[in-house]
Design a protein around this ligand. Sequence first.
Ligand code: 4AD
Ligand code: MG
Length: 432
Amino acid sequence: MGRIYISDLENHVGEEVQLHGWLYNKRSSGKIRFLLVRDGTGIVQCVMLKTGVPENIFALYDTLTQESSLSIKGKVRKDERAPGGYELEVTDIPKIYQIAQDYPITPKEHGIEFLADRRHLWIRSSRQHAILKVRHRIIKAIRDFFDGRGFTLIDSPILTPAACEGTTTLFETEYFDLGKAYLTQSGQLYGEAAAMAFGKIYCFGPTFRAEKSKTRRHLTEFWMVEPEVAFNDLNDTMDLAEEFLEYIVQTVLRECERELKVLERDTTKLQNVKKPLPRITYDEAVEILRKNNIPFEYGNDFGGTDETVISEHFDRPVMVHHYPAAVKAFYMKRDPEKPHLALAVDVLAPEGYGEIIGGSQREDDYDTLVARIKEHNLPQEAFEWYLDLRRFGSVPHAGFGLGVERTVAWICGLEHVRETIPFPRMIYRLTP
Ligand code: 4AD
Ligand code: MG
């Protein structure tokens, strides 16, 4: 008899099957004992009757502790009331792999730091399991979206010679005889080179920011997907972003119904995520803050609270474009009519989840870009290769970056990004 997974029980109703897993929970009422077994694909209630198994097997119930690993045999029964819809009528427990020691995470409430210190075990819990399943589905949707539209995946390096998103959040390390190397803040500059070679590309990988802020939206290591398209302008990149967000959200709603239920996510607001998404200028966003009596100095970037107030005016993500160039990155092209404004866009998620996408049209003129590198006090030698893209067949181009963890937090309805990545890295957390 082959091993099967809990997610596949529906195809084995009436058969005797063997599962391998861990004891999630148990309860007993005299002649009938319930073992809740999980195997990574689901949880199934295994019912052991005193009359249904040999005495020595029935007695194993007492020795089995939470998270003990075992193999269990039984007949599959459809039962609407059972969690997952199926039950196992136990016939045998052929193997106990290990009797687990006192498991620290019990069904009672634990403090967040206690759980975070035990993240390697915490991910076995049903809520964390559901979040990471949604994360997986979002990542697959991201890849499917671009792969299905003729984009080529181009991996960008993690060890880089210079800053991309400002010098204040750089992680640096010694690099042999070559001086300093920096953990990448974004693959974009390499993505631009790749767009000139392949037309439409995306890079997708971990990025690093030495964020000194301790907020619910910041990690020091996070995953970002960054499409870049030759001949696209700011409007084209907004068109791409809205189609992309609709695709991700609608896919998760369709395919992660079970997980969203575990998370008790109110999905009505997610149903709205369809194009067109509203587009407003920075100035219009500032006006919203004024009307809400939020103190804000014109010309600054928006803070977390500002973003929340702005996004509350819309029933779906809002795209804010044309930011003051002074608060944005060196590579952004400026509006030819209003050169103090950058051709930039931030997409703010609803329900207070803040910026999930940052993007722009890039400066494609050689002289202007050299001037920007100087203004930002960046070392020009390190950017010579990047300037080559403006020397040899420069074209308008644009792209954006979507942060995976903030997207997961928003779609799952989570308070903090620390639960959205298997092993979070934050200013005060490097373990486990
Ligand atoms: O707005 P950012 O800094 O944009 C870039 O890095 C561009 N190079 C992207 C591009 O145009 N190719 O970051 C993009 C997104 C943010 O909107 C946010 O979702 C996420 O990355 N992000 C973070 N997520 C978690 N923790 C942090 N510290 C983050 N910093 C940015
Ligand atoms: Mg940004």
